[in-house]
Design a protein around this ligand. Structure first.
Ligand code: PLP
Length: 400
């Protein structure tokens, strides 16, 4: 493929021209069922009439004014997020990484404002993903994303996922916060058990640390609650959100309690685009739908149905699917054959899924799907499994 785009992606040779609901139409007219949702972004699917109307209406009025002035639609969206969560304040960004940058800076600033500037270190977890800026790749700690980009940003201590002793040992006099995804997304849909989130909260309270949740992928209804941490009953001090909150419009947010935000006074942080009127109009429209009576209940129900049907598929195809895990409409299939090859096999069946770490493929469909889409996806996954089985048999034959 000849392209002037910086070749940092291994793109599939496939482009789309339009979408509706959970369906995408390729430039050659072929229709695909999208269970990747543009990586958990298309929360309301494609061409949602309420989002189109909000964008078009705001598009005719005003796109951008900068944060030198008040943005009423932003104050309204922030108030709605505050009313629906643990938070007292919201900072809007254009992406997940920027929401995480705000969270990291805020945690450091908090400790500094408390008279402990030395407590700048943050404990993170192996397999984490927090973005691609210099600080967030350091927080994520994945060697493949750090390699060749100079000295790693200081101040992140990574511990193995689920290793409680290592976690306790990592907390020192310079530790100021713990950062975790309630369900690791890129890491392979690895849920953190609710009792572990409660344990982290306790640990933070004992040591005067801030608890930061990265809900960039898990947030805004993905798991059947507005935020995934609600399943555990504990709340963080700071939380990063993005992906689903814009429904496809680039939008992120960093939410925080008043206490955690106490260092973030005028001039300490900023963004030119973040929270502009166009983004705020779309963000409010997404919340109109997600917060409507019954929406999240339906996501939960559809998620349970999907998980149940996938468990049946795993029983039918034990040579391909090893495990089904996740919450709501954030599901991972841990595979026996290679997850990249499986993704291609699913694509051949006109179903889009997304590979993740730990040899998993992720299912992150639009939250608006129903039984019909679940059945379609299962049938296509079944065909992809059959194709993989045939391929594995050929491989074994070649070996023998
Ligand atoms: C996608 C993601 C990010 C980064 O978001 P960008 O919008 O790509 O910067 C951070 N954290 C998690 C958990 C994510 O899934």
């Amino acid at each position: 493929m000849n392209s002037p785009l910086l070749p940092t992606y291994a793109r599939a040779d496939l482009a789309f021209q339009e979408g509706e609901g959970a369906w995408l139409t390729a430039t050659d007219g072929t229709r695909y069922l999208d269970f990747g949702g543009g990586i958990a972004v298309a929360s309301l699917g494609y061409s949602h009439p309420h989002l189109i109307a909000a964008l078009a209406e705001q598009g005719k009025k005003l796109w951008h004014t900068s944060n030198l002035f008040r943005i009423p639609e932003g104050e309204r969206l922030a108030q709605r997020l505050v009313d629906a969560s643990f938070a007292d304040y919201v900072f809007f960004t254009n992406s997940g990484a920027e929401a995480m940058e705000c969270a990291i800076k805020m945690a450091r600033k908090y400790q500094s404002a408390c008279g402990h500037p030395e407590k700048y270190r943050i404990v993170t977890f192996e397999g984490a993903f927090h973005g691609r800026t210099l600080a967030t790749v350091a927080a994520g700690g994945q060697q493949k994303y750090l390699e060749g980009f100079g000295p790693k940003v200081e101040g992140f201590d990574q511990v193995p996922f689920g290793d409680h002793e290592a976690l306790k040992a990592a907390i020192g006099p310079e530790t100021g916060a713990i950062l975790i995804e309630p369900i690791q997304g890129e890491g392979g849909i690895r849920p953190v058990p609710p009792q572990c989130l409660r344990g982290l909260r306790q640990l933070c309270d004992e040591h005067g640390l801030l608890l930061i949740f990265d809900e960039v992928q898990t947030g805004v209804g993905r798991t059947g609650k507005l935020f995934a941490h609600e399943w555990s009953g504990v709340t963080p001090d700071i939380m990063a959100v993005a992906k689903g909150i814009g429904g496809g419009f680039p939008l992120g947010a960093c939410l925080a309690t008043k206490e955690a935000a106490k260092g973030m006074t005028a001039g300490t942080h900023g963004t030119t685009y973040g929270g502009n009127p166009l983004a705020m109009a779309v963000g409010n429209a997404v919340l109109d739908v997600v917060l409507a009576q019954g929406f999240l209940d339906k996501v939960e129900k559809t998620g349970l149905l999907l998980k149940q049907r996938l468990a049946e598929l795993r029983d039918r195809r034990p040579g391909i699917i090893e495990e089904v895990r996740g919450e709501g409409l954030m599901i991972g299939l841990k595979l026996k054959p290679n997850n990249g090859e499986f993704t291609a096999a699913a694509r051949a069946e006109k179903l889009l899924v997304i590979p993740a770490g730990d040899n998993v493929v992720r299912l992150l469909p639009p939250l608006i799907i129903g039984e019909a889409e679940v059945s379609q996806a299962i049938a296509r996954l079944d065909s992809a499994c059959a194709a993989m089985e045939a391929k594995e048999t050929t491989k074994d034959g070649a070996k023998a």
